[in-house]
Design a protein around this ligand. Sequence first.
Ligand code: N01
Length: 539
Amino acid sequence: MAPDSADTLDGLVLDAAVIGSGVGGLYALQRLRDQLGFRAEAFDDAGGVGGTWYWNRYPGCRVDTEASIYCYSFDEALFRTWQWSERYPRQPEVLAYLNAVADRHDLKRSIHFNTRIVKAEWDEAAARWWLTTGRGERVSARYLIEGVGLLSSTNMPSFPGAERFEGQIHHAARWPAAGLDLAGKRIGVIGTGSTGIQIITALAPQAGHLHVFQRTPQYVVPLGCGPFPAERRAQMTADPAGYVARALNTASVFGLEESTTSALSVSADTRARVYEAAWQKGGGFGFMLETFGDIVVSREANDTATEFIRAKIRQTVEDPAVATRLCPTDLYAKRPLAVDGYYECFNRDNVTLVDVKATPVVEITARGIRTTAAEIGLDVIIFATGFDAVTGNYLKIDTVGRGGRRLQDKWTHGPQAFAGMTIADFPNLFMIFGPFGPFTSQPLVHEYQINWMTNLIVHARNRDYRSIDTDSAVEHQWVERCRAGAELTLFPQVDSWINGANVPGKPKASMFFMEGMAAYMQELDRIVGADYASFVFRR
Ligand code: N01
């Protein structure tokens, strides 16, 4: 049974507080409470578990990483036996899975739903965190684990006149739980990232008319949806630990055979065959990672991939003028997009592409959206405009560390953190997938990070240390290493949420460790081998 929300939390004393009950938060709670015997409880603004899968219920929402990777491995029996219906499951199936995990491990009794943590203050004398909820209750915990989501804090651009609109406005990542009846409606979708393309392909067949407000065209490749493959199930059942270890010991942890062949080392015919095979197979990230090993590091190699995708767009879209507007001209160096049947949508009579770079949005009116070219009548406007990624949700919590240092001040010019997990001057605070963590798929890496940070906590507990601080020189070196590593890739050359460039006014900075998961684990193993010398322990 969930803790009674009518009871006050004031005065609750914990060994560990977990913020969030998404993929990361759920496992952190299970690990701390059940595997390690800490008094641990979790807090979530949402009314149920699931994190991003709780909030993102928009039409067409599904995971574009294969389910064999997008799941937990800590419960080996569940890993072997859970029956995914599809290779890339839809949101309801992912949310059902996360609820099943929470129920199987009886986690909900330790989660305070509808409870937002608004403030976290380090108490030097007690060596504990004091948390304040949105209702003003105060809770204390020796350790604070924040699983607040890499892509969770919504980015909602403000257009003048929105308050006048007589229809409905929704952000995709705050979709009404009861759903929306959109059949036959005049719908405007703003944004064509991973979210927008899923919504557009799902709504095109049912909308009265769908207007796609595109600012920057992106490269979209087929996902290759279908039933969960029997051979994959056999691999997962035969050797679960081996399956997970193989996935972790790659750069990206997508369960792919990452190519090491240069796109420039083969003939044009061979290259075309490789790209065509990947296109026909689907498997979104595979097009970038399984075809050739230098697409994200060499501009010339990147050009070969982008030329192939542009040719596909021109072959698929019947109106050459629309095809031209859908063709990206920049590098293929954002988080890759994959969905089946995206470009085909633009052959439908009820779908119109609105190029808002050529004809920008001027305002939202009572009846729709006015661009510099026309007023477009709409019943519903959907913002698929993404997230204040990586740092957004951490900065929403007023966090005060050692010596009264505020996180908001420390990160004014961009984040500083160690390994996506800790922050100098913020003792005993651990992030799951915080800034400068690996650039990979998430659930298995969540488990890896949570195991690593909780092993560090156990190391401190066993020696009666009350606090763990990250050495600021170690943090600085890590941030510099991440910056230098990112510069060896093409990602910093393109604006996207990966470098904070999608949110006006946000400092533009690379926020990931781009050397790959295998290198990340090697470095963290080295720190364990050196008896955690990168940290300062105090009694
Ligand atoms: O957000 P985005 P997203 N006027 O930032 C446009 C994960 N995810 O929610 O490119 C007009 O990628 C913006 O245009 P531009 C996944 O990691 C996973 O789609 O900035 N347009 C862009 O087109 C993904 O990468 C799944 O010019 C504006 C779009 O909005 C991440 O979430 C599914 C605008 C935002 O694209 C984010 O994806 C969904 C403005 N003022 C998401 N402001 C899975 O399948 C922004 N845009 C697991």
